[in-house]
Write a protein that binds this ligand. Sequence first.
Ligand code: HEM
Length: 168
Amino acid sequence: MPDHRRFALVWAVVTYLALKYLHVIGAMVILGTGIGIAFFMLMAHRSGVPDFVARTAAVVVKADWIFTATAVAVQPVSGYLLAREIGIPLSEGWIVASLALYVVAGGFWLPVVWMQRHMRDLARMAAAEGTPLPAAYHRLFRLWFAFGVPGFGSVMVIIWLMIAKPVW
Ligand code: HEM
């Protein structure tokens, strides 16, 4: 094999592996941050202590912007480049299904970010006034949980689709 062909081949493999590495790290960040946020919010909520809830929600809001938002922005880019690298069209069934679920997950995640900010503010107010968490907080928490299930569920299904790449 001529040198320039060998170099092109090695370059293609290195690019593919680098993209896949980035893509899998992105998946871990989305999944890990999601599980972490759900766990810490639930623990703070169960304590019923407004100051603890307020501080946890404040950190959670930051974590969502730093980790989830970054990974959510990078994931379709690395995914698109991966598909191009391995030569499969975006019209492939499992990719179309994943993209649709990605929109569903985003549709549930965006209101969740807003809810977390609002829960943080309500908990801060209760902590400052020395009152228990208000009814509005508890309503929001139930909604936050209800939105989290399909949002997170969609991510779980995407991961399965990405790994199994089912043909239909
Ligand atoms: C949003 C658009 C996305 C596109 C276009 C896309 C595209 C792809 C492609 C083409 C592959 C195959 C790489 C290969 O096997 O060589 C792949 C793998 C993978 N994707 Fe995605 N992806 C997207 C989003 C996601 C999301 C949101 C997650 C999880 C949160 C994810 C998790 C994974 C994982 C874990 C693999 C590795 C599977 C394996 O090696 O068996 N992807 N993706």
